[in-house]
Design a protein around this ligand. Structure first.
Ligand SMILES: Cc1cc2nc3c(=O)[nH]c(=O)nc-3n(C[C@H](O)[C@H](O)[C@H](O)COP(=O)(O)O)c2cc1C
Ligand code: SF4
Length: 103
């Protein structure tokens, strides 16, 4: 799926509720995240695989270090490992799961 592939469905859900709405679906770039928020499609951005590819994504957005973000490419190797009950791996972040080592 491409970036933000679920947005039309979520925009429909957004019309049906006054409660906060969060959506996933390959929001890999800060621009597309901001676009969703500005258009009122969602109140919160969900980022599952983008957070595996770069667990420091929110910190980098906050600090304006957008060029440093390691973007998820949607290859689903992480999910394939999870599905087989194996430790996760990420093609873009070979040290994923090791963040604790650097505090
Ligand atoms: C490693 C991994 C494990 C997941 N496990 C679950 C799960 O147990 N239940 C679930 O509803 N979705 C699960 N998902 C799907 C995510 O919740 C999410 O819908 C999906 O990754 C798309 O969002 P994203 O583009 O932000 O990654 C998993 C995704 C990944 C990558
Ligand atoms: S393995 Fe692929 S899909 Fe999973 S987080 Fe890394 S780049 Fe994204």
């Amino acid at each position: 799926m491409g970036e933000g592939a679920l947005q039309d469905r979520v925009a429909y859900v957004r019309k049906l509720t006054g409660k906060p709405v969060v959506c996933v679906g390959r929001f890999t770039s800060p621009d597309s995240m901001l676009g969703q928020l500005k258009r009122g499609v969602v109140d919160l951005i969900g980022a599952v695989r983008p957070s595996i590819a770069d667990p420091f994504l929110p910190t980098k957005v906050r600090g304006g270090r957008l060029e440093d973000i390691r973007e998820c490419i949607g290859c689903n190797i992480c999910y394939a490992h999870d599905f087989r009950c194996s430790p996760l791996r990420c093609t873009q972040n070979p040290t994923m799961g090791e963040e604790w080592r650097s505090g």
